[in-house]
Design a protein. Structure first.
Length: 215
């Protein structure tokens, strides 16, 4: 099926941001007097936005949340945003190969400012027009609410059943299903770890360039 729009998740799909996220979360834990958590454990908590991540990390460490926990985490993360974060191998060749064939978008629960800084800093923003980059603090509820994905499709007249969401987590799966869009699961992303085998999706890829086979 030719697609009219391909929307990508950011963390765990376009970029490997696990180390920066984990180091920021662990800096918060250490500041709160707790021991750090393994990076993979923190990776499994990513996907529903920074506030949810902070709450899950503190709960896992058994730390009562300070009232400014989110602000502390965001300050740590702001200082580390591009320290280790890089596109997954194959992402740039993939985007270069398809961006003139089909409109591309980014749909993430990360705040828009951080999203744009990552896309700009890694040279990926040229593939995504600014109006087709939606963050978790925008006008639509965060994923898995389907509003953002439906708006992206409607903004360019793309039929929702010819819209493909590429993401690594159950949040992305639930978003695509709620929107009645197609889903491609990025099994290489850190958000996929620990998910049950056989979860339904239309397509699954083990590396970014595998998407070319889907298309």
């Amino acid at each position: 099926m030719p697609f009219s729009l391909i929307a990508f998740d950011l963390d765990g799909t376009l970029v490997d941001s696990l180390r920066d996220l984990a180091e920021s979360a662990n800096a918060l834990l250490i500041q709160c007097g707790a021991a750090p958590l393994p990076a993979d454990a923190i990776g499994s908590m990513v996907g529903d936005g920074a506030a949810s991540l902070v709450a899950r990390v503190l709960a896992a460490a058994g730390v009562p949340p300070p009232p400014d926990a989110l602000e502390r985490f965001l300050a740590f993360y702001d200082a580390r945003l591009l320290r280790w974060t890089r596109p997954y191998d194959g992402v740039e060749p993939l985007l270069a190969a398809i961006h003139q064939r089909v409109p591309l978008a980014v749909l993430t629960n990360k705040p828009l400012d951080a999203t744009r800084r990552i896309l700009d800093g890694l040279g990926l923003s040229r593939y995504f027009p600014s109006q087709r980059v939606l963050g978790g603090d925008g006008p639509f509820p965060r994923k898995p609410d389907p509003g953002g994905l439906r708006w992206l499709a409607a903004s360019i007249g793309a039929p929702i059943d010819r819209t493909l969401l590429v993401g690594d987590s159950s949040v992305d799966r639930n978003t695509a299903r709620a929107a009645a869009a197609r889903l491609c699961t990025a099994r290489y992303g850190f958000g996929y770890r620990g998910q049950p085998e056989g979860e339904p999706c239309d397509f699954a890829i083990d590396a970014p360039l595998d998407l070319l086979k889907v298309l």
